[in-house]
Every structure is written in C-alpha cells, then in structure tokens.
Ligand binder design. Structure first.
Ligand SMILES: Cc1cc2nc3c(=O)[nH]c(=O)nc-3n(C[C@H](O)[C@H](O)[C@H](O)COP(=O)(O)OP(=O)(O)OC[C@H]3O[C@@H](n4cnc5c(N)ncnc54)[C@H](O)[C@@H]3O)c2cc1C
Length: 373
C-alpha cells in the first residue's frame, strides 16, 4: 500500500515523540519535508535520566524538553487512538484527523514509574510528579528494588550514590544482572559495582507477594517475601520489571501485522509488513536487538532516509543490527558498558554517560538551552 508522491506533497506523521520520534522529526525538519509530530504530552521525556530525577531534588526539570519550542506548529499534542489506513489519516482522541502520505509509528514501551511516565501531563505537572516523588525517597530508611535488568541495576546504584545511608536491596529472579544482550563481563562488572556501593543483591529470588505490596510510596516496614522464603523489611519498593509495547495507537488497524507482544512486524527497510508508506521504529517494532534509545535513533535515520528515497525513486536502505552498544550509569560517579561489542572502562562510562545521562545531547539536538541545575 502507498503510492508515488512528489516531495512537495509529502506529509509525514510521526506518532510518539520519544527518542525515535524526535530523531525522526529533527531529520524531517532538516530535510525540509513537511511533518506533524504527535505525542500525549507537551514535552519530550528523557527517560534515560528519569531515575535520577526521582531521587535528586531540582533535577526533573532537565528531563522534560518542550516540543513546541523546537517544532512549532509541526507539533500536535494528543492521544492517537487509531490509524485509518484506507484514508491515510491518524485519528486522535476527540475525533481530530491528520492526513499523511507517510507514517512513522514510534510509540515505544510502557512500564512503571519512575523509569517511564506515559501519562498525559503538562510540562509543569510532569516535573512536579518527579519532585513529589523525591520526598517519598527521602522519607524512607530502606529501599527495595524488584528486577535486576538494566533499569533495576541503575536504580539500585543511583539510590546508594545519592543516599549512602539508606539500606538498598535488589531482588532479581535470575542469576545474572542487567540486559542479556550485554557481554558476560559487563554484566559481572555491574554486580561488582553494586556490591562495592553497598547494595545487597539477592539473585535467583522472585518476589511472591508483589500484588499485596504498595509500590512507589513510603510505608514503614513493609514485608517483602520471596519464593525461596526470604523475608525482607523495607520502607519503599520500586518495581523495575515488565515493559509492555505501547500498541494502543495502532492495534485496531495493524492487528494482523503485530507480534504477540504488540510489536509491529517490519521488513529490513523498517516498513510495516504490507505497507510501503508506514514505518515502525524504536521499541515498538520487532527488530530482534536490544531495545535502546541509541537503536531508536538509528531506526529514525533509516526510516526518514527511506521516505526520501522512495519519493526520489531511489533504492531503499536496509537496517542492519550492529553489535550491542549499551552504557549503564551506576550512579553519577561510576558505570559499566560496551560500545559496538567492546567493553569500556568504568571511568569512561562514568564520563560519557553517568555524569550527565546524555541530557546535553537531547537539549542540543532540540536547539534549546538546558535549565541550570
Ligand atoms: C531508566 C532507563 C534508562 C535507559 N537508559 C538507556 C541508555 O542509556 N541508552 C539507551 O540507548 N537506551 C536507554 N534506555 C532505553 C530507551 O529509553 C528506550 O529504548 C527508548 O525510550 C525507546 O524510544 P522510543 O522512541 O521507541 O519510545 P519512547 O521513548 O518510549 O517514546 C514513545 C513515545 O510515544 C508516546 N505515545 C505512546 N502512545 C501514544 C499515543 N497513543 N498517542 C500519542 N503518543 C503516544 C509516548 O508519550 C512517548 O513519548 C533506558 C530506559 C530507561 C527506562
């Protein structure tokens, strides 16, 4: 599906203004192609820095970047409810329709606060949600993090770095920490850093009373029980598990082109199966690789390039998954990770990522001045 159009007639709609969406919009803007970027919120959420925003007072304002200052009238705030593929229109909550010649879907994944914040909120109230949360953390003497994937590992390290007097326990159902796509040595190093920082790490245990526990709210002496019979008292619980693909914008239109998890099936050009003018990028596509902002930005380059190629009658570019690049901030002073499959020294990860969490990059790309701390 999708016919031939000239550059002057192109109108790309980008659904979702996360890492993939803003990268796509910035590339469309610099190529002079007409586009509309749609997101639930009025500001880009730099979720890579969200954990620190939930711990450090005054930090959250650096993690939300207003779209309109960068994209002007090309940004529309709203929730996309469905895609009318026949009429080539995106339908927003309330009924507004926006026509497209090409569509880029990048609605990402949803998960638990504070790593994710997929809520309709103004810039001010979004920042305030994180500032309010800092108070919860400060009131707790002990914190328990459930899930030792990359987010859980970063969270546990971040808490001990900001609050060295708090007891921090990390419970993980598997025997190895962090993302399975990382080199074994990097995963091992992540554990080493946690232990050095004084985090108590409980591996191979699954929390068995999760449904009875109050998450993200300080309540003195809650009891967490594991499937191996361990009982741990804690004041505050973060759950860093269970990311879900955010398919609500497109599931009614593309149900035949989705995996069981809700990810859109794409070909090597990142076109949704059966649609030459619909692309899916970032966490919501089914490319078999680590789901990262880094990869979402690479996808954006391919999708926008292929829209231009198709309009200009050129051959489309294929996306090739590279070796894994992933950096874990272990508090602002330490980190572990790898670039293109090669392990980096901890001090270099701290310098590259942990100190500023790459906030500078997004503010600079969106041509806005980062608020002073
Ligand atoms: C704590 C943490 C640390 C991380 N650290 C790193 C890191 O160091 N490096 C790295 O590369 N990756 C990192 N990641 C992963 C990275 O954040 C994700 O892979 C990235 O956000 C994916 O980008 P995306 O554009 O696909 O989706 P998202 O960034 O999730 O954006 C999706 C957007 O779509 C919008 N949306 C959803 N549904 C609708 C709808 N119906 N209508 C309108 N808008 C909608 C949402 O509001 C959101 O803005 C980290 C993630 C977390 C949580």
């Amino acid at each position: 599906m999708g016919g031939q159009v000239s550059t002057a007639d192109v109108h790309v709609v980008v659904v979702g203004g996360g890492f993939g969406g803003i990268a796509a919009a910035l590339r469309l803007q610099s190529r002079g192609l007409a586009f509309t970027l749609i997101d639930l919120r009025d500001s880009f959420h730099h979720n890579v820095a969200a954990l620190r925003a939930s711990l450090q007072p005054g930090f959250a304002k650096r993690t939300f970047i207003p779209y309109a200052n960068t994209f002007g009238d090309s940004f529309v705030q709203g929730r996309v409810e469905r895609i009318d593929t026949g009429r080539q229109a995106v339908v927003l909550e309330g009924g507004r329709e926006i026509q497209f010649t090409h569509l880029i879907l990048c609605t990402g994944t949803d998960g638990t606060f504070p790593g994710r914040f997929n809520t309709v909120a103004s810039h001010q109230s979004a920042v305030q949600s994180y500032e309010d949360f800092v108070g919860q953390v400060q009131a707790a003497d002990s914190v328990l993090v459930i899930g030792g994937g990359s987010t859980g590992v970063e969270m546990a390290a971040e808490i001990r770095t900001e609050y060295p007097d708090k007891k921090v326990v990390l419970v993980h159902s598997r025997m190895q920490l962090a993302d399975p796509d990382l080199l074994p040595i990097v995963r091992y190093q992540a554990k080493e850093v946690l232990l050095e920082k004084g985090v108590e790490v409980l591996l191979g245990h699954k929390v068995s009373n999760l449904s009875e526990l109050k998450l993200n709210a300080t309540t003195k002496n809650m009891e967490v029980v594991t499937d191996k019979g361990e009982r741990i008292k804690t004041d505050l619980i973060f759950c860093c598990t269970g990311l879900r693909v955010n398919s609500s914008a497109y599931k009614s239109s593309f149900s035949d082109h989705m995996t069981n998890s809700g990810a859109l099936k794409v070909n090597e050009h990142l076109q949704v199966e059966g649609f030459s003018n619909v692309f899916a990028i970032g966490d919501c596509n089914n490319v078999n690789e680590a789901k990262t902002a880094y990869n979402a930005e690479l996808h954006a380059g391919i999708a926008v390039g292929n829209i231009a190629n198709s309009v200009n009658g050129k051959r489309l570019t294929a996306y090739r998954t590279g070796n894994v690049t992933m950096l874990l901030a272990m508090g602002r002073d330490d980190g572990v990770g790898q670039v293109n499959g090669f392990q980096l020294p901890r001090c270099l990860v701290a310098l590259l990522k942990s100190r500023d969490l790459l906030l500078w990059k997004s503010w600079r790309e969106m041509k806005q001045k980062q608020p002073t701390p």
